[in-house]
Ligand binder design. Sequence first.
Ligand SMILES: NC(=O)CC[C@H](N)C(=O)O
Length: 303
Amino acid sequence: MQFQPLLEDIIATLRPELGRAGEVASYIPALARVPAERLGIALRTCDGEEAHAGDSTTPFSIQSISKLFTLTLAMREQGEALWERIGREPSGNPFNSLVQLEAEMGKPRNPFINAGALAVADRLVSRFDAKAQILAFVSSLCGEAVQFDEEVAASEAATGYRNAALANFMKSFGRIDNDVASVLDCYFHQCALRMNCLQLARAAGYLCRDGAHPLTGAPILTERQARRVNALMLTCGTYDAAGEFAYRIGLPCKSGVGGGIVAVVPDRLSLCVWSPALEPSGNSLLGIKALELFAAKTGLSIF
Ligand SMILES: NC(=O)CC[C@H](N)C(=O)O
């Protein structure tokens, strides 16, 4: 398949829609300043072929896409024990919702909502210098040094009242071991990783290769674990829009409020789209359309 002209065609088709609809996330002040009129797409196949178009090398804040990488680190470290603290069911609620946590005694529904990612961050903070580990891991996956955007991390820390509430609430149920401040610091930094579409398409490559490192082939996860991360992405990776994503796109996806979405075609390729204007559930509006076009034009889907 000729991926480069296909990606260029998707960008050309959607470019006229830039700036027309959706809202850039404004609840994190540093994100509100990102221009909405950006659109990039990149992919990397299992054989190492790459294609990219539009704003595919412009760095952005990966936000909740980071939940993929921290979950992977925690699965590597903890194996099945991780699931004593975190569930595996879609929440059907916004990513930062508090409502289920009380009824479910502080056990988050899944690792991709904020509460779940905070519980994962707690596991990582217990084990090692979590921020350094995350940077080293993600840099290794994409083969380039990635950095935290300290301005975004500070901006989240200054306004992250809901995340602080979620972490404190879980702590009150005895489900967070470390002090809340260090768990939040880890979480705000992982969300503030700055990467571009091409780096993310590379970094997510282990998910289309049965857990093998995208560049070296070394095992990152077992085949079974990789399959399970894909299952969680499909059911929980795009919050309360997961059903709509499965219906329209049919691929495991993980989104972030920075406007990025990573998608996986198992045994074929990993891809990333980016456009900062979001629909109401916090997923990139044109990112969804780009993935929908990609799935329609290639016929690639898990169904
Ligand atoms: N969905 C997201 O990308 C949310 C991440 C964001 N940092 C938050 O905690 O609200």
